[in-house]
Design a protein around this ligand. Structure first.
Ligand code: ADP
Ligand code: MG
Length: 612
């Protein structure tokens, strides 16, 4: 193209494209979902702007918020067009090549570790998946603030941008033209595309049309010479009158003809408006895959779909993903919750931090509220008083959903045996949940005082009595000895090390259960979790452990008084607070105990290694 300006892709983007274009990855279908999701995002953006300024929609066809897919079999082109917000020249240069998103390097890293390409959308680089199926791509775009431009690239490290003087004006929006690779001919079949859109993009809230052919019967004027013989005979046998009649009318016949038209592929009714009873598990799973940009096909661990009534009305669907995202705990404090907020079916934002607390940011889902105002800025919405109510209900429902998974998991509790329905599917589900998101529950206990008791019920751990299974606090309490007042725990780097701890000798001997806390976050957790069901927590390596009444203890203390005094002086008060006779040991002669409010030895270790 003449007057095309050339640009080099940002280095990481270029590496990413190399990987994609040479990928032998078999599931190439994902590119279509990424393109449709981008088109839908662009439509969401213009619809949002139109809330406060109708003019931005333009007129005529431009006002139709829709997506169109068209095939050119001869030229092997697949084109996807939307009437979304479009891109200015600057947008094209920045968004499609020169600015690396934060996810680019993270995604490259994952791919090197053999990560799943299906998750590309989660890293904010989904567009480049087009090079799974195309070796040359053109992006034609028209934004209200600019003229129409063409972006093009053969994924050879560079792209070009030029003013579009050859294509039909788009009015507004974007058309992506994929020049398909030889081996990607499948995507030129209408049936294949129909199937893909229906299977994977069924939850896009804009109509998706495919330019498709249809065989139809049409009546055409028959050429008299062509009229079949038997019909002619038939006419001849009829009486005069009708013969005259037949002659005055032109003779007709039916022929097959191919016509072309836009065919609607999706049902635009939002799933959350339907009754939960009518929605199949598969539909929920598909909906999850579409909003979470998780195309691995793994089912969500659970979901809840409800309709909140009262002062603040909203509908919501929340999902627990099958796996924690790659940076869930790495970037915990800068993570945003990815709930999508709609107001009366209009998408507003997916970066609303006000809807869920940080510790529940692993949830995916949507909230659609009828109570929130539509014609206000995002900033104003962020301060709306209803948000606090919505948040509170979402937390409650989310914790209920998690509790239900625990209760429905037959591997979790022994007394549920024989509770047959869906048993196999639920077996081990809570352990899976715990493995992926247990840390979030702990962070919740630290951060959310008002739901602390509810969250504590969801805690799982290993203990001196749990064996290979995980145990809960409720189970612990059930197993407590009649004279036992406190809940015992010990913290350390791992279970193997703790099992050998001298602090457990006496407790084990007497049959008390001790919880092992081995996650660095546990030390912080136990600063907030003081009690459970009126039972206090006691760190067995700290001062304050009372193992029942021991009449001999007083006597022993008295007779070893000189020894403890001498020892205390030897170590000096800089090193120890006190030296005491204790009944907490069985075989080991002595241990160093931490004071009640001081850091445990484990906490010292953690602070030295600075890891949380
Ligand atoms: P993401 O969608 O996660 O932002 P992508 O790689 O899919 O990442 O897209 C990159 C960016 O390119 C988008 O954020 C958007 O700004 C722009 N873009 C892509 N497709 C379109 C489109 N059809 N209309 C407008 N902008 C688009
Ligand atoms: Mg995208």
């Amino acid at each position: 193209r003449t007057k095309a300006e050339k640009f080099a892709f940002q280095a990481e983007v270029s590496r990413l494209m190399d990987i994609i274009i040479n990928s032998l990855y078999s599931n190439k279908d994902i590119f279509l979902r990424e393109l449709i999701s981008n088109a839908s995002d662009a439509l969401d953006k213009i619809r949002f702007l139109a809330l406060t300024d109708k003019e931005v929609l333009g007129e005529g066809d431009d006002t139709k918020l829709e997506i169109q897919i068209k095939l050119d079999k001869a030229k092997k082109i697949l084109a996807i067009r939307d009437r979304g917000i479009g891109m200015t020249k600057e947008d094209l240069i920045k968004n499609l090549g020169t600015i690396a998103k934060s996810g680019t390097s993270a995604f490259l890293e994952q791919m090197q570790k053999g990560g799943d390409l299906n998750l590309i959308g989660q890293f904010g680089v989904g567009f480049y998946s087009v090079y799974l199926v195309a070796d040359y791509v053109e992006v034609i775009s028209k934004h209200n603030d600019d003229i129409q431009y063409i972006w093009e690239s053969k994924a050879d490290g560079a792209f070009a941008v030029s003013e579009d003087t050859e294509n039909e004006p788009l009015g507004r929006g974007t058309e992506i033209r994929l020049h398909l690779k030889e081996e990607a001919g499948d995507y030129l079949q209408e049936d294949k595309l129909k199937d893909l859109v229906q299977r994977y993009s069924g939850f896009i809230n804009f109509p998706i049309y495919l330019w498709s052919s249809k065989e139809v019967d049409v009546e055409v004027e028959a050429d008299p010479e062509e009229v079949p013989e038997d019909e002619e005979e038939k006419t001849a046998t009829e009486d005069e009158e009708s013969e005259e009649d037949a002659e005055s009318k032109p003779k007709t016949k039916n022929v097959k003809e191919t016509t072309w038209d836009w065919q609607l592929l999706n049902d635009v009714k939002a799933i959350w408006l339907r009754s939960p009873k009518e929605i199949s598990d598969e539909e929920y799973a598909n909906f999850f895959h579409s909003i979470a940009k998780d195309l691995t096909g793994d089912k969500p661990l659970g979901w809840t779909h409800f309709n909140a009534e009262g002062d603040v009305e909203f509908k919501a669907v929340l999902f627990i993903p099958p796996k924690a995202s790659h940076d869930l705990y790495e970037n915990y404090y800068s993570n945003k919750s990815f709930l999508k907020l709609y107001v009366r079916r209009v998408f507003i934002s997916d970066e609303f931090d006000e809807l869920l607390p940080k510790y529940l940011a692993f949830l995916k889902g949507i909230v659609d509220s009828d109570t929130l105002p539509l014609n206000v800025s995002r900033e104003m919405l962020q301060q709306h008083s209803s948000l606090a109510t919505i948040k509170k209900k979402l937390i409650r429902k989310a914790l209920d959903m998690i509790r239900r998974i625990a209760e429905d998991d037959p591997a979790e509790s022994d007394d549920k045996e024989g509770d047959s329905e869906g048993e196999d599917e639920n077996r081990g589900k809570y352990a899976k949940f715990w493995n992926e998101f247990g840390k979030s529950i702990k962070l919740g206990i630290i951060e959310d005082a008002s739901n602390r008791a509810r969250l504590a019920k969801l805690l799982r751990f290993h203990s001196t009595k749990s064996g290979d299974k995980l145990a809960s606090l409720d189970q612990y309490i059930e197993r407590m000895k009649p004279n036992q007042k406190d809940i015992y725990y010990i913290t350390g780097a791992n279970k193997e090390q703790l099992e050998k701890s001298p602090f457990l000798e006496q407790l084990k001997k007497k049959g008390y259960e001790v919880i092992y806390f081995t996650d660095p976050v546990d030390e912080y957790l136990m600063q907030y979790l003081m009690d459970y069901e009126d039972k206090k927590f006691q760190n067995v390596s700290k001062e304050g452990l009372k193992l029942g009444k021991d009449s001999k203890l007083k006597e022993l203390k008295e007779s070893f008084k000189d020894l403890t005094k001498w020892w205390k002086e030897l170590l000096s008060s800089e090193n120890v607070d006190s030296v005491k006779i204790s009944n907490r040991l069985a075989d080991t002669p002595g241990v160093v105990v931490t004071s009640k409010y001081g850091w445990s030895a484990n906490m010292e270790r953690i602070m030295q290694s600075q890891t949380l």
